[in-house]
Design a protein around this ligand. Sequence first.
Ligand code: S3P
Length: 431
Amino acid sequence: MKLKPAAHIRGEVTVPGDKSISHRGIMLGSIASGKTEIQNFLEGADCLSTISCFRRMGIEIENKGGTVTVQGRGLHGLSAPDGILDCGNSGTTTRLISGILAPQPFSVTLTGDASIQKRPMKRIIDPLSQMGADIKSLHGNGCAPLEIHGRPLHGIHYNSPVASAQVKSAVLLAGLYAEGPTMVTEPQKSRDHTERMLKFFGADIRSEGNTVTVTPGGGLAGGGLTGGRILVPGDISSAVYFLAAALILPNSEVLIKNVGINPTRAGLLKVCQDMGADVTLLNRSEDSAEPTADLLVRSSSLKGTVIEGPVIPAMIDELPTVAMMACFAEGTTVIRDAAELKVKESNRIAIMVENLSAMGADIEETGDGMIIRGGRPLHGAVVDSRKDHRIAMTFAAAALAAEGETEIKDADCVDISYPEFYRELERLTKE
Ligand code: S3P
């Protein structure tokens, strides 16, 4: 795809539903009793992979234009699929579903696309095995395909070496089926959508600092979860591309409606403040246990900052875009403690450095992040998305503010999380 620079970006946009919450709605809805209705569900390829996996385990799921109805069959209502489960490109599907499958009374093999087959699964195999699970990497490389033979599990206290919501969620979901309580302690707090939704569905789950405890046998139905209505907020990880474009282009103003601002996801807003970005939160609200606001974003003179420590997990998926924004800031931006970026859909540190350098940026790769010296104008270039949706969207926003044309390779990978992205971006640059 080829993109030309834009004079400005203006108008109102409603971004699609949050990816993490959409996945969890299907998973928890499937193992809850009764009906779960998910409004503003994200119809991106990743969440469709989750739907397909649960349909194959006997769950009736209806998708009518963004409203998804799941006929939950309770904790013990899944049936064995008739073949391998395909998680596509989705790390969330692969890791969370493993936590649900480990205690089932059947065996399953899970796999996904070429990217998924390179992503680390040892991080869930280890704690689930400690709980008594029989789960192994078929090629012995710690990656999918995974073979899971369901077994009875027991609760553990897991001290996770990484702040990862996928690891935490896999252990907590397995904990719903285990004997005794299950605890997970993280080095820093990762996104807490699983905890919020489990509580909303009646589970006995408590958080204290960076430790979460789930006790099985809780729940309004006396031993399980009860489905309900979930209104999925807009995904801040999809909003960031419009936010960044509005900040770096002159004469720009964008209103991004109904964005999820859960504190464990909203590190971006803090960093925007540190960079001197003009971002105002309007219409704050809360539905289905998740806070939201409209984000009003105006062109800004950005300044460099240091991004490190506990804010990193709260903006992990937005960091590539912030690294791009930092090229337009005055001074140096340092991103550290972000080695997790290397094990996402692509190595997001290496690919950001490669692509931004191709566009003329002064950027350096470090062991756990990047150093960006801002204030050098970017020029168009051919950039490779590596089929990573967040990289493609970041460079579409960068292209608007670069001089000359930018070509993004494998640009259609945005279908993973935001199929309408390019149309929306184009509409806003024409307003
Ligand atoms: C996610 C957690 C994060 C994030 C991913 C979605 C989730 O991954 O990067 O896009 O839905 O739990 P990690 O848990 O690996 O940090």
